[in-house]
Write a protein that binds this ligand. Structure first.
Ligand SMILES: Nc1nonc1C(=O)N[C@@H]1CC[C@H](O)C1
Length: 250
């Protein structure tokens, strides 16, 4: 997966490029990240990258010319590197809410150019002329678009084949099949008197699969019933959820 990042703080992305699953994926070439900093396009003595909003009001916006120049170069490099036109994404609270389905869509699509805003954001004409899609990681306001950009890149990157040690760990994630994840346990078997569920020690893979599915269904029913709305459960899932509810009601 090729990702171009437009950001005033590219060093923040070392959290992705130098650590963990994504860091290894970069090292192995499963993910390619390249950076363009609008400040590198500033020609004035102070290397200005922000500008005042028309109409007044608090805060600044990202300066149009330096931002557009960086997006343009990132887009050109995406096409040169992949032969494909990239999806140019701007992170903002006004965007499409990122979810696992969206992450899968981004992971399986064309190269991405991800634009991280700062200050109060960017000029609407840049959104109209240079941005293909706005995406949001949630209904709150952050000080910059770098963390949302890293969230989006991480959520998509881990779904790229070869990035996770066991591809099925992506399949078992919360939300991967639209359900919350089941509880997980590791050593020791007893933590302050709290024991690992016997089924997980049984070695019966079929029973373990059913227990995990039942827990996922039950947790989703309890914590996020909205995720079950409009969802058709197969016979096994219906039976397991019924079992969970009966046990829960006891
Ligand atoms: N929530 C979000 N999901 O994506 N981006 C945000 C977000 O708060 N962005 C900030 C708004 C102005 C500042 O420039 C950056």
């Amino acid at each position: 997966m090729w990702v171009g990042v437009v950001s005033l703080f590219p060093e923040m992305f070392e959290a992705l490029t130098r650590q963990g699953v994504t860091g290894r994926a970069v090292d192995k070439g499963h993910i390619e990240l390249a950076f363009w900093n609008p400040r590198d396009y500033a020609t004035d003595r102070h290397r200005t990258v922000d500008d005042r909003p028309y109409g007044g009001g608090p805060g600044m916006l990202m300066k149009v010319d330096t931002l557009r120049a960086a997006i343009h170069d990132a887009r050109s490099q995406a096409e040169a590197a992949t032969g494909q036109r990239p999806r140019v994404i701007y992170l903002s609270p006004q965007g499409r809410r990122l979810d696992q389905r969206g992450a899968r869509e981004l992971a399986s699509g064309p190269p991405l150019v991800v634009v991280a805003g700062r200050y109060e954001g960017i000029d609407e004409r840049v959104v109209e002329a240079d941005i293909d899609e706005e995406w949001s990681i949630g209904d709150y306001v952050l000080s910059g678009g770098e963390l949302p950009a890293m969230v989006l890149i991480d959520a998509a990157a881990r779904l790229v084949p070869g990035v996770l040690g066991h591809q099925d760990s992506a399949l078992e994630d919360s939300f991967n099949d639209g359900l919350l994840d089941c509880p997980h346990y590791t050593r020791p078997e007893d933590v302050d008197g709290r024991r690992v569920p016997d089924v997980l020690l049984s070695g019966h893979h079929g029973a373990i699969r059913r227990w995990r599915l039942k827990q996922s269904l039950g947790r989703t029913w309890l914590r996020r019933p909205d995720l079950l709305e409009g969802r058709t459960l197969n016979d096994e899932q219906q039976a397991l959820l019924k079992e969970f509810i009966e046990e829960y009601a006891l």
